[in-house]
Design a protein around this ligand. Structure first.
Ligand code: GTR
Length: 400
């Protein structure tokens, strides 16, 4: 009883749901022949049925419509106003990584209506560079030790040394500063600044808060002379990859997006119902998306959008998506198809996609394409192989 009292009623029922009946009764479909027939909402037709034939109409009408559809139905509003953003350098070491890099541990403070939020940013900048450098910014959804500023703990989840050796800066923020990843405490972060969001059916939730935080890191990069703020790559893995997509769609200052194994409500098409489903994600992670999204739990065909539209909203900026062979939960085929669907929007900009008709063979990275992709051998994870290809992809577009 003690334990029950210490968790809220809502999370208690969720616990029952997850540990009790709901979870075991969920049978993910992994059979391609059982993917239902589906019709995707058209990218190049406005809600008033107007054909979109040029990038002007795309930018002025259709793209804003798509962003609004995602705000209202999936990720919630993205409040942009704040009263003040300041930063302080908590720690600086110009001879980090044996002299190869400068470490900055930055505290970004955002104030709104006298509420304050502090975001910790870890940043390494290569020393052997003459001008401002592009940066990879990871939205870290795993342990903080993955982005250890002291480098006594090293991890392929954020292989800072490799990225520095390639001439790029690398940075990370942690989701717990923005919205702790649990059903109760997610309110203790960005949402303290925007309490109205909590009562709105299209209010921001955790994934929106993480994406919001990535934009605040970008606000900081704009003030750091060592960083080329026009070349910021927002990176996320899995739930973090859902947030990196949303961040890049919402904030066009991001030059590039990497979404690693992001699956359902990330890069994969929801209507395929392959692996994780909308209903399952909303049940197990009720704090991730807007309340309105739950209306579609067993009615994905009624969604006025699908995830190819989120990819398209990032066009014409380059986007790299990945999958892993042992991660069918994230629907690799549905991810690739989502990218394929978005090609027509890149075409509006005269950008030819070089994606093949079918997913490439395992471990073959398509880096010379505005929509880059690989399916790696192995588990659901963010690995050295993934990062090496992000760097190659960025180097094609940033011409480095
Ligand atoms: C899973 C969830 C996925 C993905 C993953 C992760 O449990 O169903 O959508 O976000 O967690 O973040 O590793």
């Amino acid at each position: 009883m003690q334990y029950i009292k210490s968790v809220s009623l809502a999370s208690f029922f969720l616990l029952v749901l997850v540990q009790g009946q709901a979870q075991p009764s969920f049978q993910a479909n992994y059979d391609e022949s059982k993917v239902p027939p589906y019709t995707l909402p058209e990218l190049l037709k406005t809600t008033t049925n107007r054909e979109v034939r040029d990038k002007e109409t795309w930018e002025k009408v259709r793209r804003p419509e798509i962003i609004t559809l995602f705000e209202e139905n999936v990720y919630g509003q993205m409040p942009k106003a704040y009263d003040r953003l300041t930063y302080s350098i908590k720690n600086k070491n110009t001879s980090a990584m044996g002299g190869k890099a400068t470490l900055k541990e930055v505290v970004i403070e955002v104030v709104r209506n006298s509420k304050s939020l502090k975001i910790n940013l870890v940043l390494f900048v290569p020393n052997q560079q003459t001008g401002p450098v592009p940066v990879f910014l990871l939205i870290n959804n795993r342990g903080k030790d993955n982005t250890d500023p002291t480098r006594s703990h090293k991890s392929d989840f954020w292989p800072a040394e490799t990225v520095i050796d390639s001439g790029y800066a690398i940075a990370a923020i942690h989701v717990s500063d923005l919205a702790p990843d649990d059903t109760v405490n997610y309110v203790n972060g960005v949402l303290q600044l925007y309490p109205d969001q909590l009562t709105a059916n299209d209010g921001m939730r955790a994934i929106g808060a993480w994406a919001w935080g990535a934009s605040r890191a970008l606000d900081y990069f704009e003030k750091d002379a060592a960083i080329d703020a026009r070349k910021v790559v927002v990176v996320g893995h899995s739930r973090g990859g859902k947030a990196s997509l949303w961040a890049a769609a919402e904030d066009q200052r991001f030059a590039m997006c990497v979404t690693n194994c992001s699956g359902n409500t990330g890069a994969a098409l929801s209507r395929r119902g392959f692996g994780e489903t909308v209903s399952r994600i909303n049940t197990v992670f009720p704090h991730w998306f807007a309340t309105n999204y739950k209306k579609f739990n067993n009615k994905v065909a009624e969604l006025p959008l699908d995830q190819h539209m989120l990819i398209a909203a990032i066009a014409p900026r380059p986007l790299y998506a990945t999958n892993a062979t042992k991660d069918l939960w994230a629907d690799p085929r549905g991810t690739f198809l989502s990218l394929k669907q978005a090609e027509i929007v890149y075409a509006l900009y005269g950008i030819k996609s070089n994606l093949p008709a079918n997913p490439p063979v395992v471990n073959h990275a398509i880096v010379r394409a505005p929509l880059g992709y690989h399916i790696r051998e192995g588990e659901h994870n963010l690995t050295a192989f993934d990062w090496i290809n992000f760097v190659k992809f960025a180097s094609v577009y940033f011409k480095r």
